[in-house]
Design a protein around this ligand. Structure first.
Ligand code: HEC
Ligand code: HEC
Length: 455
């Protein structure tokens, strides 16, 4: 974009003061505990459930003890038989995101690899691999075979930005080894994904589905390159297809199902929504392994865990009125970033918790799927999301990501080590915004990054 066009656009853009304000759903904590805080306004009963849920999220789970051997009733029993981590917190470090391993030989931590075969599976979702299911479980309890190991290596590609600034982008390469149940086959599809931040999820859930659908229709009516779509996914409790909202491809409809799905797929825990251990027919040791009383995550525990996720507040912005940040905020609008990273939403009049209702929030996401181009494609469809589609991730709290977890990565597979690298990977529907960002003078780019850092 030429400078004068940009200047004209900037002058025309009013800057709503609300963008910078810390609304009711935010907390002032800027420490490494910034993502751990409850919303203000929870009732004592909700707060009690929230605290119970925090224990279930934070504490490690163990495998069922031998018959007759008593365990401390506070111990969380039911891990595995196959799993990726022993606690939710193990991947969602201090409720923030995970990261990708830094080098070729390093085991994944805070991320996982989704698997499938081409074609639709049950209810239009991904088609699981017969011997492995839809996710590679790289751990197992003693006596049970883990499914396999996944490693990432990188080739670094240099990008030259306007003014000569250089940035190195890591192009990831996935390698799967130590397979427990035979080869995956040439048709297997892979999607490595890092854990997402979990704070603010209740507020995202409280945005009315109709408002999101209306926004998608508005984007399409503009006839420009940005054409977001709502994913349509299976809701187990309702027994029907509903709009998707959570996960990197908006492949989960609700926090309850997302939590129960993670408990089952990532830790092996059963629940009313997922009554079966995630052992495939070929995995006999897994099927025969010791169980505790079923389900591991009772309805009451799932309710507590869901209340915890719903009740997590968002950190307030820092330095939102600094001149560079304000310039960056205007550029964010002028470049077209705010089209997908929609700054402001209003939550519904009613919500799962009273504190979530009627709030004006600033997640910087449209919750829609966008074709992000071949560079970011995983080639693995997920319900209506194609192999090139990703849901716009919220950007609130982004500036604290590395303070909370020094290993936190950006983008779905953690390939980006900074917000700058994340923006440089944008393509497809975001290609024009990315090109305009690259063409900016370095000082303007730095202002955009200062703005992102203030979120
Ligand atoms: C092995 C690492 C790992 C573990 C353990 C794990 N998660 Fe996750 N979590 C992820 C990944 C990866 C995603 C993105 C999933 C996707 O896109 O399909 C995710 C996504 C989520 C989201 C969606 C956030 C959003 O805004 O869309 C929530 C909520 C969540 N996890 C909760 C939990 C809970 C609750 C537990 C424990 C029962 C848990 N997770 C255990 C890795 C993990
Ligand atoms: C067409 C929609 C779209 C536009 C326009 C867009 N983004 Fe994004 N953005 C996305 C999607 C989708 C992702 C996630 C991609 C992935 O994970 O592979 C993303 C990811 C990001 C991330 C990483 C967030 C994280 O937590 O990993 C940052 C930072 C970001 N965008 C900033 C920007 C900026 C700055 C601009 C403008 C120059 C911009 N985006 C324009 C859709 C868009």
């Amino acid at each position: 974009m030429r400078r004068w066009i940009l200047a004209a656009v900037l002058a025309a853009l009013p800057l709503p003061p609300a963008w910078a304000a810390a609304g009711a759903p935010t907390v002032a904590d800027q420490s490494i505990a910034a993502y751990l805080q409850p919303l203000s306004g929870l009732s004592p009963a909700e707060r009690d459930l929230f605290d119970q849920g925090r224990t279930l999220f934070d504490r490690p789970w163990v495998m069922a003890p031998k018959a007759g051997r008593l365990h401390d009733p506070a111990t969380l029993v039911g891990l595995g038989p196959v799993y990726n981590d022993i606690s939710c917190l193990g991947c969602h470090v201090r409720n923030g995101g995970g990261g990708a391993p830094d080098g070729p030989g390093i085991a994944m931590h805070g991320m996982l690899v989704r698997l499938s075969l081409p074609g639709p599976g049950p209810h239009g979702g991904p088609l699981p691999l017969p011997a492995y299911g839809d996710q590679l479980n790289d751990h197992a309890v003693p006596g049970v075979t883990a499914e396999g190991q996944a490693r990432l290596s990188y080739i670094v590609r240099t990008v030259v930005l306007a003014g000569g600034q250089r940035a190195g982008l890591r192009v990831p390469h996935l390698k799967v080894s130590d397979l427990g149940f035979g080869p995956l086959g040439a048709k297997a599809l892979f999607s490595p994904r890092i854990a997402q931040p979990v704070y603010g999820g209740g507020l995202l859930e409280a945005i009315p589905a109709q408002a999101v659908a209306d926004y998608a229709a508005r984007q399409r009516a503009q006839g420009g390159p940005v054409r977001g779509r709502v994913n349509q996914v299976w809701d187990i409790a309702l027994g029907r297809t509903v709009p998707g909202r959570f996960g990197w491809k908006a492949n989960q409809p609700s926090l309850a199902q997302q939590a129960a799905g993670a408990a089952n797929g990532d830790m092996g825990l059963t629940s009313p929504l997922f009554p079966d251990k995630n052992c495939r027919a070929a995995q006999t040791a897994c099927l025969g392994a010791r169980r505790g009383p079923q389900p591991d995550l009772t309805a009451a525990r799932l309710q507590a865990l869901t209340t915890y996720l719903r009740g997590l507040a968002v950190p307030a912005r820092r330095g939102a009125q600094a001149p560079a940040v304000l310039r960056g905020e205007r550029l964010f609008g002028a470049l077209g970033c705010a089209e997908c990273h929609r700054p402001t939403w209003k939550t519904g009049k009613t919500a799962a918790l009273a504190a979530l209702a009627g709030q004006t929030i600033h997640p910087y996401s449209d919750l829609l799927l966008h074709d992000m181009g071949p560079g970011l494609a995983d080639g693995r469809p997920d319900f209506q999301a194609s192999g090139r589609d990703w849901r716009t991730p919220p950007l609130w709290g982004l500036g604290l990501a590395r303070r909370v977890n020094a290993a936190a990565g950006f983008l779905h597979d953690g390939r980006a080590r900074s917000p700058l690298e994340a923006v440089l990977w944008h393509g497809g529907e975001a290609g024009a915004a990315q090109a305009a960002f690259i063409a900016l003078p370095k000082g303007d780019r730095d202002d955009v990054l200062a703005f992102l850092n203030s979120l």
